[in-house]
Design a protein around this ligand. Structure first.
Ligand code: FES
Length: 365
């Protein structure tokens, strides 16, 4: 009998191994076909990570003993010293034996076990011409931290959730009184299979599969002033994070929100921002900045790119701020450059690059 695809890829050895993280008391089971990162996250361990596809380097850890199969080249993300010290990317490493790794776990991070659950579309509401507010009711309750995201999968014709998921940030802070309700702001991506389906065919009552939560973009406790920068549908996690800040009694921190959009028609969520303003006890500044508004329009606000204005808005205290950003990669990269050049330590800069095709899908072998 010809070997199955699985056995050709992974051999026909054991299907699960032990994964020890730092100390023997933190040992979990890792399936041969899942990454070390997924094994840890599935069991609620606060493992550092972000992209899940070998692109950010945040899941790097030292392989102390055991063998792994590495799915991608890690040399462009790790330094020569890290490579020499046997560092690997947990999201790109499948166990080939029992494995021991060392990693600095996310301090103070709340980890929620990942769930895969059916989720019914409960509400669809256009926010702009190309952004939909999608409310879903999940079959299983779901806990998450504001700033995290979930993966949505449309069932295939056979009704299974085998398809590639698209990932979207939760648009509201988790509400323990309605643990089965989740909200997303989803922007239509021309040619994007998931959003083409969503905008053309999705209807209230349809069922999808939801996996999550993922990501470690979340508000860090501190007394420092906050600058939040959102581009397009990147407003979702920023809104959630600020709602969480109000609940966590961090609303006395000075706050600047910069919301980048193309034109006035692309601005949305202003009521929600006003609601945050009403509950914010510290200094509150909100500046929408339009990059493509017609010259002769009645718009009296700021025009151009966020980087054209951020230094003037934050003033001398710019380096004291903690920056939280979500939006397209060029916007985030240019803001990071402005902040670091102005002296903001990189430990105060947090972001979630919001890729048009969604965040990364599950790493698949
Ligand atoms: Fe980004 Fe592994 S490289 S999570």
């Amino acid at each position: 009998m010809p070997p199955s695809l699985f056995s050709r890829l992974f051999g026909s050895g054991p299907s699960e191994f032990k994964l020890q993280i730092n100390t023997p008391d933190l040992t979990v089971t890792a399936q041969a076909k899942e990454s070390l990162l997924l094994a840890a996250l599935n069991q609620g361990i606060a493992f550092p990570y972000n992209c899940r596809v070998g692109g950010c380097g945040e899941c790097k850890c030292r392989l102390v003993s055991g063998k792994v199969k590495e799915l991608t080249d890690k040399s462009y993300l790790l330094s020569a010293e890290e490579l020499k010290d046997n560092y690997i990317l947990a999201c790109q490493s499948l166990p080939k034996s029992d494995v021991v790794i060392e990693v600095t776990l996310r301090e103070g991070a709340v980890s929620h076990p990942m769930v895969e659950t059916s989720a019914r579309i409960a509400e669809l509401q256009p926010l702009t011409h190309d952004i939909l507010h999608v409310r879903m009711q999940t079959e299983q309750p779901l806990a998450y931290t504001a700033g995290q995201y979930a993966e949505l999968v449309v069932p295939d014709e056979a009704g299974t959730a085998a398809g590639k998921g698209r990932s979207y940030s939760f648009a509201t802070a988790h509400d323990a009184t309605r643990p089965n309700t989740v909200d997303f702001f989803i922007r239509k991506v021309p040619g994007g299979a998931f959003t083409e389906w969503l905008f053309a065919k999705a209807a209230v009552g349809q069922w999808l599969t939801l996996r999550g939560p993922y990501g470690d973009f979340c508000l860090r406790p501190s007394a420092n002033p906050i600058v939040c920068i959102a581009g397009g549908s990147g407003l979702a996690p920023i809104k959630a994070l600020l709602e969480q800040a109000i609940r966590d009694k961090q609303a006395n921190r000075p706050l600047v929100i910069l919301f980048g959009a193309r034109t006035q028609q692309d601005l949305y969520g202003l009521d929600a921002i006003d609601q945050i303003r009403r509950n914010w006890t510290g200094r509150f500044v909100f500046e929408p900045i339009l990059s493509n508004e017609a010259d002769g329009s009645l718009w009296k606000g700021r025009r151009g790119l966020i980087t054209d204005h951020v230094t003037a808005i934050l003033g001398e205290r710019l380096p004291d701020h903690h920056a939280y950003m979500c939006g397209p990669p060029p916007m985030i990269d240019s803001c990071v450059e402005v902040f670091t050049q102005a002296g903001m330590p990189s430990t105060q800069i947090f972001f979630d690059k919001f890729l048009d095709s969604g965040h990364a899908a599950h790493p698949t072998p």
